[in-house]
Design a protein around this ligand. Structure first.
Ligand code: ITT
Length: 194
């Protein structure tokens, strides 16, 4: 079956393609000629994932999968959370977000955090969501060059490397997006959706 990825983040697309393998004929919204950013105005990851899937479904009548992700830091009361992409303001800037996060946490001994992904599938008018999380710590200095976003400062629990020090295969063995994808794949195996 054909699926469109309702995300404009090229790094997410790479990871999702790696995770989904050949289960689908995967297309991106860039192929639909979308010229604006998919709107997201919700106050939760669930709302935003749903909005992004709905936007693509309603405009293009396709089966699609959206991804809304956020980093929840305990010492910051769960921030940046749903605001992770624009933590340091407009325009979206991964490096500025990381700098701001380290600054906000500079006096904090508690470095614990959780990375969450909500994937929302739209297929023939139905919407289904899958959530994945990974616990970890925010390290004091960025490490590694792989991955994207907050990867250089997020070290999953039980590891001595950040996500940015891991290959995509290593990250995809344990990360939030991969865990949400695992639920999606289990759903696919059990349902008669496709
Ligand atoms: P789309 O809305 O087009 O999917 P986006 O980048 O705006 O793309 P989000 O709204 O989900 O995506 O924003 C999530 C933020 O968290 C953004 O700053 C990402 O760089 C970051 N992020 C998401 N997944 C991540 C991951 O696996 N590792 C590190 N950072 C991640």
């Amino acid at each position: 079956p054909t699926i469109y990825l309702a995300t404009q983040n090229k790094h997410k697309i790479e990871e999702i393609k790696d995770l989904l393998g050949d289960l689908f004929d995967i297309h991106t919204v860039f192929e639909l000629g979308l010229s604006i950013e998919i709107p997201e105005t919700g106050h939760t990851l669930q709302e935003n994932a749903r909005q992004k899937a709905e936007y693509i479904a309603e405009h293009f009548q396709v089966t699609c999968l959206s991804d809304d992700s956020g980093l929840e830091v305990n010492a910051l009361g769960g921030r940046p959370g749903v605001y992770s992409a624009r933590y340091a303001g407009e325009p979206k800037d991964d490096a500025a977000n990381v700098d701001k996060l380290l600054f906000e946490l500079s006096d904090s001994a508690d470095r614990s955090a959780r990375f969450v992904t909500v994937l929302t599938l739209h297929h023939q008018g139905q919407y289904i969501s899958f959530e994945g999380e990974v616990l970890g710590d925010i390290v004091r200095e960025p490490r590694g060059t792989q991955g994207f976003g907050y990867d250089p400062v997020f070290q999953p629990l039980g590891n001595d490397r950040t996500f940015a020090e891991m290959s995509m295969a290593e990250k995809n063995a344990l990360a939030h997006r991969a865990r949400a994808m695992q639920k999606f794949k289990s759903f696919l195996a059990e349902s008669e959706f496709f």
